[in-house]
Each structure stands twice: as C-alpha cells, then as structure tokens.
Design a protein around this ligand. Structure first.
Ligand SMILES: O=C(O)C(=O)C[C@]1(C(=O)O)C=C[C@@H](O)C=C1
Length: 282
C-alpha cells in the first residue's frame, strides 16, 4: 500500500462548490431581507428613486480594491452591478432611458452591465428625448454619452426643478473595461442630495473658437456644441468645487471667449481609475 493520500475526487470538489453556491444564495436572500428593512428607513418618496450613486461608487471602489484571485475583475464587477441595481429596483421600480445616438451597442452594453436585465431598458434616439422621459417620470434614469454630443441636451437641466446629472459610469475605470463608454446618469434628484465631488456646469459662451475649446481640455472634461455662424457655443464642463468653475471661466476669457450664462447641472463622484499593472498609478 502506498502512503500517498487519496487525491481529492471530482465528487468532493463538486460537493464543496454546491456548499459554496448554497451559502452565496443564502447570503443574497439575507441581503434581500435587509433591503426590505432598509426600504422602511430610507426616504425615497420625494423623487421616487432609490439610486444612491455616492454610496454605489464607494462600494464599487472597495470591491475592486479587495478583489484578487483567478475570477476576472470584469466578472466580479458585473455581478455586483446586477446585485446592487436589482436591489435598487426592488426598492422602487424604475426604467433606464438610454440615448443610443452615440453608439447603440456600446450604450446597450453600458446599460446592461450597470443595471442588469431586470431593470427595463427604453431606447431613445437623441439625448433630449431620454432626458425628457426622465423629467416626466418619478424615479427613472437617463443614460447619455459623457464624451460626445450632437445637441446641447444639458440646457434642459438648468432650471431648479429639472433633472440633473447624478453619476458618471463606469464607477471604476480601467483599460479594457467591458462597458467602457463614459456615460452620464441623469435623474430627478431631491434638493441637497447631489453628489458634488465633481460639479458639472452648463456654460453659454460667445466669442467661441476652437482655441477656446482647446483652452479647457487640460483642466476639465468638456462637451461642446458650437454654432459657428453666430460665434456662440454651449459647453458642459466638469470641475472640482475647490478651484473649479472660476478657473474654467478665466481660461475661456483668456482664450477670447466670454461666458454669458452659467448653471450647475449636476455632479458626480470623483473618477476612479484602476492602475494598469506595471504602471505607476492613475
Ligand atoms: O444603501 C442604500 O441606500 C441602498 O439602497 C442599498 C443599495 C445596495 O443594494 O447596496 C441599493 C441602492 C443604492 O443605490 C445603494 C445601495
């Protein structure tokens, strides 16, 4: 007889997997019970949405920071997106209104990756229509490209009671993200509940020129729609509240433009990028 211990059998390993699956499922059902209690203590009534982007951004960062092992990060992130979004949905049902005008496949991927398949998906063919659908809803979300625009859709967010930008996706950026398209999430929002680690401002400027647009690119994420014939442009700019909008306005002024009107149209959590292995960091 040899002293070599019996190798673990396939059956044993499958038993272990079954036990783990049962624990994961039980924990998810327990999570559901907690959400049931959370509904009673959380104030979702005012605008009808249970989505709390600051909390979600923080949860996603912690998830990514602690993850290791052979399970791909993409998979872990997408599992948690579905868990959190579905528990948001069960608290207060909502739909996702996606503007497909800047890329149907990439926008669908972003919507499904971040909100799963339980949350209804409604397609729109311009950003204005997606924003309007949210304005007419109780707690729906609009998804609009954060980097490309054919129209200054953000002007519709300027009035005090209008929907606002409340998040920027993906929460965790990295090379080869499976739903990499930068997207703004727009929703009606309770007064004082905006996340403003980064503020988003709508600016109307005159004296527009490509020089004015270029002056901003090193200091801010910018969306711009220009009317070359009148020399005016509508900008959507992102700014850290500390030195933000004043710096942007003076950069535009130095570049020969003048700001005729400005309005805060939302905000989001500070962007978070996972360092690529072998690089110094974000
Ligand atoms: O923490 C909350 O406020 C929740 O509603 C819970 C929860 C979650 O499932 O973890 C769901 C929705 C929110 O956007 C954030 C987190």
């Amino acid at each position: 007889m040899s002293d070599t211990p019996n190798p673990v059998s396939l059956q044993d390993l499958r038993r272990e997997i079954d036990a783990i699956d049962e624990q994961v499922h039980t924990l998810l059902m327990r999570r559901g019970d907690i959400i049931d209690r959370l509904i009673r203590v959380k104030q979702t009534q005012e605008v009808g949405s249970a989505f709390r982007p600051a909390r979600e951004a923080d949860m996603m960062r912690r998830l990514v920071s602690r993850h290791h092992g052979i399970l791909p990060l993409d998979t872990v992130e997408s599992i948690w997106r579905v868990i959190i979004s579905t528990f948001t949905y069960v608290q207060a049902p909502f739909s996702v209104h996606a503007d497909l005008s800047s890329g149907e496949n990439t926008m669908r991927d972003s919507a499904r990756f971040h909100f799963g398949f339980t949350v209804p998906f409604v397609a729109h063919f311009n950003a204005g229509a997606a924003v309007e659908a949210v304005a007419q809803s109780r707690g729906d979300l609009a998804l609009v490209s954060a980097t490309a625009s054919q129209t200054p859709w953000w002007s519709a967010l300027e009035q005090p009671g209008a929907p606002k930008i409340i998040a920027r996706l993906p929460f965790v950026e990295r090379a080869d993200h499976p739903a990499a398209m930068p997207v703004f999430v727009i929703s009606r929002v309770a007064t004082g509940a905006l996340v403003t680690e980064v503020e988003t401002w709508s600016l109307h400027i005159s004296g527009w020129s490509p020089v004015a647009a270029r002056a901003l690119s090193p200091i801010s994420d910018v969306l711009a729609v220009a009317d070359a014939s009148s020399g005016t442009a509508a900008f959507l700019v992102s700014a850290a509240p500390s030195d933000g909008i004043e710096k942007i306005i003076s950069a535009l002024t130095d570049a020969g433009a003048s700001v005729r009107a400005s309005a805060l149209v939302g905000g989001h959590a500070t962007r978070y990028r996972v360092p690529t292995p072998g690089t110094a960091g974000p």
